[in-house]
Design a protein around this ligand. Structure first.
Ligand SMILES: [Zn+2]
Length: 162
């Protein structure tokens, strides 16, 4: 039962960036405890509960499968942030991302303003309809009261001849 709960919530293991080498490196034991605490984590398809953190450090990170995983993570990082050796590439990439985010924010703001404007239009139409409704109600009341005052027409011949 407990392991089922851990299986459901255990996050995917994420190596961290070594700022000196600009490469991915594995977390040490303390970092594992700090980051994954009692949750455990999954790596290369295996669940590592807190009891297996030392096994992870001692054996798993030396396995071919894990070494390949780190290589792939390095490639992903490289593609996203450019060359490891040049911090300027990282800054350049982040500027590009920032620019895209600004464009996205501006588009969303425009949509918001447009929707607010159409809300205002709808409010104005609603107000017009409300006053038209009031006018019509008043006219209907008038017609009803006039109808009450009408006297029934006698059945006799209304046209008289002298
Ligand atoms: Zn692994």
């Amino acid at each position: 039962m407990t392991s089922n709960i851990i299986t459901e919530v255990a996050p995917q293991y994420e190596p961290c960036i070594d700022m000196k080498t600009q490469c991915m490196r594995d977390l040490d034991f303390k970092e594992l405890r700090r980051k994954y605490d009692n949750l455990g984590f999954r790596c290369c398809g295996t669940l590592f509960t807190p009891a297996k953190y030392s096994q992870f450090r001692g054996q798993h990170i030396k396995s071919q499968k894990h070494i390949r995983f780190i290589e792939i993570e390095n490639e992903k990082y490289k593609q996203e942030y450019g060359s490891f050796s040049d911090p300027a590439d990282i800054i350049q990439q982040q500027r590009r991302e920032l620019k895209l985010l600004k464009i996205e924010i501006s588009t969303l703001n425009k949509k918001l303003i447009d929707s607010q404007a159409s809300q205002e239009t709808l409010k104005a139409i609603n107000n017009d309809l409300r006053s038209t409704n009031i006018e019509l109600e008043f006219k209907i009341k008038n017609i009803k009261s006039k109808r009450k005052n009408l006297k029934p027409v006698p059945c006799a011949n209304l046209i008289t001849f002298d």
